[in-house]
Design a protein around this ligand. Structure first.
Ligand SMILES: C=C(O[C@@H]1C=C(C(=O)O)C=C[C@H]1O)C(=O)O
Length: 455
């Protein structure tokens, strides 16, 4: 990445400290301090190829950045988010972190299909399929102030902070230097040649009726003439998609594609004080044709599959559950979607981890019925979705937090990126319209990477 080149030596220690799957240290301690740092994107861009980092920024402007790994719940590939959350939380309750308990945030994600038979040469090598972990440094920017929570063994806290301080200072200099560079793209390798594969999948649903709904995605590779400037890309996403959650996850072990980032309009679930808030977001039109969605039976049916599944999946966990009686329109710069808000009161003892396991993946990104749609996706698409259409987010120790759906995103390396976008296919789908829809969904990342080619 462009930003890491200049000062790799001064921040090199960070990589050594942050083993991606550090086992749980015997006793964890925490320290809290305020930090002079206005833009956590800049810190992410600097840290991304040095140690695992995780960034998110919401419409409210709050930013969260996790640097390094203090502790990660070691569990089998099959284990749920809830079991990993439980393991980590239990270990922390025993540890000497209680004074800062309310500030602790566990970060994590799940791939679209954690059980997907992985090709060892997959572009997602190095990215955990399911992960819940506690970062070594948790930076939070809220109400114009930045704070840092440092987590590690008690006698090492100061050393941990000193290692990361160099990176924060370098990021502050980046921020003061102001001007952001932009990337140009001249070639777009096999950019739109996956059309036959896509059409085959669409026809299996529209003609052979293999399932009521299957969400089929495309993957596109971009080759740049210059290094990708992550700061610039994240800034462009914030400006063009302010109502979306911007996110970035790094896996420095993956030399070709160390960063996964994007700006998603879709929340999987938010839990706060026993209430769950989620949404069905499915059914898509051009940005200026949103209102017409309310009269399109195909889009309404596709949307209803998602509402029904969310209500069915949450029912066992909720004492009350309500959804919008009719969908509304979510307008974005590139597309409009049908949106139904869904809320519920959770039964005692149920937190975000259980909700995420119950909901993911919804028919908005998978299809219906879920198991069959997943199998068909693996069969028709022929590539590993990895974290695309997966879910990522944060949780506190009480089970509050938010997970979102990783859409409108790219897996990025120095001068290359893989972009992902899909569309819900039902019996009544029209190939041309679905193709155009995926093209429109690539737009945020094409623009963020300043791509010149639009197929
Ligand atoms: C699958 C994607 O988007 C999903 C599919 C939608 C649809 O088919 O109408 C709409 C929003 C998302 O839930 C994507 O952006 O890649």
């Amino acid at each position: 990445m462009a930003n890491d080149r200049n000062e790799k030596t001064s921040t090199h220690d960070c990589a050594a400290s942050a083993q991606p799957d550090s086992p749980m240290p015997a006793r964890l301690s925490a320290a809290f301090r305020t930090v002079d740092c206005e833009d956590l994107r800049v810190v992410f861009a600097r840290s991304a190829t040095l140690a695992r980092s995780y960034y998110r920024s919401t419409a409210a402007g709050d930013q969260l950045l996790g640097l390094g790994v203090a502790a990660s719940a070691r569990a089998g590939e099959q284990d749920s988010i809830a079991s990993r959350f439980g393991a980590l939380r239990d270990a922390l309750t025993d540890a000497d972190t209680l004074a800062h308990q309310d500030k602790i945030r566990l970060l994590g994600w799940s791939a679209f299909d954690p059980e997907y038979a992985r090709d060892p040469a997959s572009s997602w090598a190095g990215y955990a399929r399911r992960e819940i972990y506690l970062p070594e440094i948790l930076l939070r920017r809220k109400d114009g102030k930045t704070s840092a929570l440092i987590i590690g063994e008690a006698d090492k806290l100061e050393a941990i902070w000193q290692r990361w301080e160099a990176l924060l200072a370098a990021a502050a200099r980046d921020h003061r230097s102001g001007r952001l560079g932009f990337t140009t793209t001249q070639s777009a390798d096999h950019l739109w040649l996956d059309r036959d594969t896509f059409c085959y999948g669409v026809e299996r649903v529209t003609k052979d009726h293999v399932a009521p709904k299957v969400v089929l995605a495309r993957r596109v590779r971009l080759d740049m003439t210059q290094s990708i400037d992550l700061r610039a890309a994240l800034q462009l996403l914030s400006e063009s998609y302010p109502t979306c959650t911007r996110f970035a996850i790094s896996s420095p072990e993956n030399e070709d594609y160390p960063v996964f980032f994007g700006a998603t309009p879709e929340r999987l679930a938010q839990v706060k004080d026993g209430e769950v808030h989620t949404m069905a977001l499915a059914g898509t039109a051009k940005a200026n044709e949103g209102d017409a969605l309310l009269n399109k039976p195909k889009e309404l049916e596709e949307h209803q599959f998602v509402v029904d599944m969310i209500l069915d999946s949450l029912a066992p966990y909720c004492s009350e559950l309500t959804s919008d009686p009719t969908p509304k329109i979510k307008r974005l710069t590139n597309v409009s979607h049908l949106l139904s808000d869904i809320s519920g009161r959770l039964k005692p003892g149920v937190g975000l981890a259980e909700v995420v396991d119950a909901l993911h993946p919804t028919p908005a990104v998978c299809g219906t019925p879920r198991k069959l749609a997943r199998e068909l996706i693996a069969q028709f698409e022929g590539f590993d979705r990895g974290l695309y259409a997966g879910t990522f987010g944060w949780m506190d120790l009480e089970g509050n937090g938010e997970f979102d759906v990783a859409l409108r995103c790219a897996l990025a390396g120095d001068t290359q990126a893989l972009l992902f976008a899909g569309a819900g296919i039902t019996r009544d789908s029209d190939i041309e319209l679905e193709w155009t829809e995926t093209r429109a969904k690539f737009e945020p990342l094409l623009r963020a990477l300043a791509a010149m080619v639009l197929g």
